[in-house]
Design a protein around this ligand. Structure first.
Ligand SMILES: Nc1ncnc2c1ncn2[C@@H]1O[C@H](COP(=O)(O)OP(=O)(O)OP(=O)(O)O)[C@@H](O)[C@H]1O
Length: 216
C-alpha cells in the first residue's frame, strides 16, 4: 500500500518550483504505509497544497498522484467516499470542524460513519481526557479556542479506521505538553493500525521518530 507522486507540480507554483530544489515537487517519490513521514517547508511553499493533493480535494497540478497504483483521477466518487471513510484520514490546517455542532458531535459524527465503528464511544472521553479537552466536549465548536479545536480535530481524525493519516501543521496552536501528549496518542493509533503518517510542519519536529524526511 503506497502513495506515489510522479513529477507533481502545482500549476500556481510552477515558476517558483522550477527555480528551487525540492524533494517532493517535480520528483518521483513513494510514500509507504507504516512509515512516519515528515515534510518540512517554510511558510508559503505548498504544504497545504500538497495535503490537498494527497487527499484528492484539489486538482490544479501537472504530474500524477497514485493511490495504491491507480491515479486519483481514475477512482469513482463512490470509491473515493469509501477511501475517506476507512483508508485515509486527515487533519486540515483550517481543521474544518462543523461550527454548528458541539465538539462531541463533531467527533461522534466521524466515529459513526461506518456501521461498525473502529473505536467505542468511551474512547472519545479517554482521548479528550488525555488531551485536556473534556470540559469543552459539550460546547459548540465555534466557541472553542484554536488550540482546543486542534485537539478536537485530532481526536476526530483518530476515530475512523485508516491506512494513512495526514496532518497539516497539527500542533501550531498547542503548548509543548499538549503537543507531546497529542503526538503520543497519534503515534499509538498509527502503530496499532500499521498506518502511514504524513505530517507537514514549518520546523524540525522532534515529537515523532520519523522514518523519512522531505524538504518541500
Ligand atoms: N489556488 C491558488 N492560486 C494561486 N496561488 C495559490 C493558490 N493556492 C495557494 N496558492 C499559493 O501557493 C503558495 C503555497 O500555499 P500553501 O497554502 O500550500 O502554503 P503553505 O506551505 O501551506 O503555507 P503556510 O505554512 O503559510 O500555511 C502560496 O504562495 C499561496 O499564495
Amino acid at each position: 500500500m503506497e502513495i506515489v507522486l510522479q513529477q507533481l507540480v502545482p500549476i500556481p507554483l510552477r515558476e517558483k518550483i522550477i527555480q528551487q530544489r525540492s524533494d517532493v515537487w517535480n520528483s518521483d517519490i513513494t510514500f509507504r504505509q507504516g512509515r512516519f513521514i515528515k515534510i518540512k517547508a517554510p511558510s508559503g511553499t505548498g504544504k497545504t497544497t500538497l495535503i490537498h493533493y494527497l487527499y484528492n480535494i484539489r486538482y490544479d497540478y501537472t504530474g500524477t498522484v497514485l493511490y495504491n497504483g491507480k491515479p486519483w483521477a481514475d477512482y469513482s466518487a463512490e470509491e473515493l467516499a469509501s477511501i475517506r471513510q476507512s483508508k485515509v484520514s486527515v487533519v486540515f490546517q483550517d481543521l474544518r470542524l462543523f461550527d454548528q455542532l458541539t465538539a462531541w458531535e463533531n467527533v461522534e459524527l466521524k466515529r459513526t460513519m461506518l456501521p461498525k465503528p473502529y473505536h467505542p464511544q468511551e474512547k472519545i472521553k479517554e482521548m479528550a481526557a488525555q488531551l485536556g479537552v473534556t470540559h469543552v466536549l459539550q460546547q459548540s465548536a465555534k466557541t472553542l479556542s484554536y488550540g482546543e479545536r486542534q485537539r478536537i480535530a485530532i481526536i476526530r481524525a483518530l476515530m475512523q479506521p485508516f491506512e494513512w493519516l495526514m496532518m497539516d501543521e497539527p500542533f501550531s496552536h498547542l503548548d509543548d505538553a499538549n503537543a507531546t501528549r497529542a503526538a503520543q496518542l497519534i503515534a499509538e493509533e498509527c502503530t496499532a493500525r500499521k498506518a502511514g503518517f504524513i505530517l507537514t510542519d514549518l520546523d524540525d519536529d522532534q515529537r515523532f521518530t520519523y522514518h523519512d524526511h522531505y524538504h518541500l
